[in-house]
Ligand binder design. Sequence first.
Ligand SMILES: Cc1ncc(COP(=O)(O)O)c(C=O)c1O
Length: 358
Amino acid sequence: MNVIEKSFKIDVQPIAQTRLTELDYENIPFGRIFTDHMFIAEYKNGEWKNARIQPFGHIPMHPSSSVLHYGQGVFEGMKAFKDEQGNARLFRPLKNWERLNASAQRMAMPTIPEELFMDALTTLVRMDSNWIPDTEEGALYIRPFMFANDEFVGIKPADDFVFMIFCCPVSKYYQKPVRVTMSDEYVRAFRGGTGHVKAMGNYGAVMEPLRKARLDGYDQILWLDGYEFKRIQEIGTMNVFVVIDDKVLTPSLEEKAILPGITRDSCITLLRDNGYTVEERDITVDEIIAAASSGRLTDAFGTGTAATVAPIGEIGYKGQHYMLPSIDNRPVSIWLKDEMRNIRKGHRPDTYNWLYQV
Ligand SMILES: Cc1ncc(COP(=O)(O)O)c(C=O)c1O
């Protein structure tokens, strides 16, 4: 267990009256309920200042704020859990800090010192820890984000930035196996682009393809490479794994077109340490279709902070539907989901030192 030392100066303005009494723990829609407080800090003249925690609410913005026009912004998604003793725990928070800074660097934005990130995070989660649902699937979803805030019309890397964190109590993300479709009409990411970081524009650009996929009954798109539309990349919110001939396969990060998921990394570690063969390599559409058609595609799943491990029920491609085995017949994804939950909820010893005491 890691313990975080407090060191950054943060002004705290607590709310007068909590809104927690309005929360129905049995019915928590994902991403629509916000805790009592939020963190905010400003970057001006080359330094972070005015770090504060204040009541959650709207923020005033200038209509010319650069993020509203040019999308110079990055974000993260992470979770806090309650263990069996009711203590709040963060899962691998330094990985999110590292990735936020990698995203910031790709987008010509300032990095955030570790003490500022960790102190803001732990102070906020500690203040709002009563909002973490006590249920098996419950967690606090935490959204750190940074945006360019120059009050100026014109395209140039900005000088002023805002870093914020807010939190949402959440429950299960997907209720059923996920239906994904492979599209050769749109591209999400190329070598040299921003697919390997969490830049806001990556998500805006997929809204239209996603809208169309949903009209066809799919939950998400399984993106293909933009050169030949032959290799799978990832799902819009998750990394992807397939199990073919008892090998667990996942696309390699080498091309820098895929987000290096923290859940992906954790799952690869757990799988390898439990005797599974995991290959990080190119996986072609042809390989998936051939395996699905001959019964050798025994499992497929997405991994991500929001859904943890989400079994894929169906893969669509050019009007065909490739079905995966039923949910109680998945050798890998169900085991992995339980394993991840047991570690994060503290039901298992934290042998990897992934949890941080808040
Ligand atoms: C595009 C994309 N891929 C993969 C992931 C999974 O990453 P992680 O496991 O770090 O949540 C996410 C979620 O953050 C994502 O947005």
